[in-house]
Ligand binder design. Structure first.
Ligand code: PEP
Ligand code: MN
Length: 347
């Protein structure tokens, strides 16, 4: 239990009509539960400062006690991922490729593994252009159940071959906890897609694995919700987490999603974890991918994850936003120039 001169974790504001007995009741419940309480009586309202273990206080139904008007948390609801816990930036390293601090990750590859040659061609092109990891979906979370859902387990074999040939570590999405073993055999970084950001059982599952997790922000999730999702992973023991801003839903329809670059700056303040940006899914069309990637570098992102395809017009998923592989080297060169200006290096 915290000592008496510790600052409170929660402020419990009693309503103006609350009786002294009601205040005493709250104080008694807190003390019974092993927390401490300090009462300040103002002219208008009485406020109780509660001091104790965060989990204990979070588990108490304080809002429901008679006379309580509001409960205000003083501390951030996340702790393991909070910058206060680790003032130095976390660097995620996979096979010598680093993301975080002064290392910028350039993750590139097809949206989806469609067939062997498409993925291998892409892998070769992005590797030659200096990408640090290969992305590629085996299990695709599609909005429509009638569209291509990915090759599943067969795609994992293709990704394995791409790694063997290019040496690039593999980033691929885990959609279903039942595939965790197979995905882990191939993935070097396990992606949790935007639609699963709050799939808490899946988060706990990847919290128990021994590989880094790339956690994408849900299109309707706040920054705090993203950090709480990361906290679920960290709480299970896996603190190797890369956060990813990939655009959110707003009233604006001119991009596929609104890329919330401000959130990257906020995340860099709030957490020690590396933060990357996915300009492809936010843009929805390839002409916007480079400008958004540039902005991501400038705002301080620790990397980008970009889609590329040898023949985007034939792609089974996200064709309009995939960069043709024969333009990828130029893209990487432009991004690399800005990365250097920021005092960082790719890789
Ligand atoms: C992806 O990166 O393949 C993907 C499906 O992205 P998101 O989860 O951000 O929609
Ligand atoms: Mn895609």
């Amino acid at each position: 239990m915290a000592t008496n001169n510790a600052s409170p974790e929660l402020l419990i504001v009693m309503g103006t009509a609350a009786t002294a007995d009601q205040t005493e009741h709250v104080v008694a419940r807190l003390r019974e539960a092993g927390a401490d309480a300090r009462v300040s009586r103002g002219r208008e309202a009485t406020v109780i400062g509660a001091i104790g273990e965060r989990e204990l206080l979070a588990g108490m139904p304080l809002e429901g006690y008679p006379g309580v008007e509001r409960v205000l948390p003083i501390l951030k609801p996340y702790k393991l991922v909070a910058r206060e816990l680790a003032p130095d930036p976390t660097v995620i390293e996979v096979d010598g490729r680093r993301i975080g601090d002064t290392s910028f990750g350039l993750i590139a590859g097809p949206c989806t593994v469609e067939y062997r040659e498409q993925t291998l061609e892409t892998a070769r092109a992005v590797a030659a252009a200096g990408a640090t990891m290969l992305r590629g979906g085996a299990f695709k979370p599609r909005t429509s159940p009638y569209t291509f859902q990915g090759l599943g387990l067969d795609a994992l074999d293709v990704l394995r071959e791409a790694r063997e040939e290019t040496g690039l570590p593999i980033v691929t999405e885990l959609l279903d906890p039942r595939h965790v073993e197979e995905v882990l055999e191939v993935a070097d970084v396990v992606q949790i897609g935007a639609r699963n950001m709050q799939n808490f059982l899946l988060l706990a599952e990847v919290g128990r694995i021994d590989k880094p997790v790339l956690l994408k922000r849900g299109p309707s999730a706040s920054v705090e919700e993203l950090l709480m999702a990361a906290e679920y992973v960290a709480k299970e023991g896996n603190e190797r987490i890369i956060l990813c801003e990939r655009g959110i839903k707003t009233f604006e329809q001119s991009l596929r999603y609104t890329l919330d670059l401000g959130s990257v700056a906020v995340l860099k303040e709030e957490t020690h974890l590396p933060v990357i940006v996915d300009p492809s899914h936010a843009a929805g069309r390839r002409a916007l991918v480079l400008p958004l990637a540039r902005a991501a570098v400038a705002v301080g992102a620790d990397g980008i994850i970009v889609e590329a395809h040898p023949r985007p017009e034939e792609a089974l998923c996200d064709g309009p936003q995939q960069l043709p592989t024969d333009e990828f080297a130029e893209f990487a060169r432009e991004v690399g120039g800005l990365v250097a200006l920021m005092g960082k290096q790719i890789g």
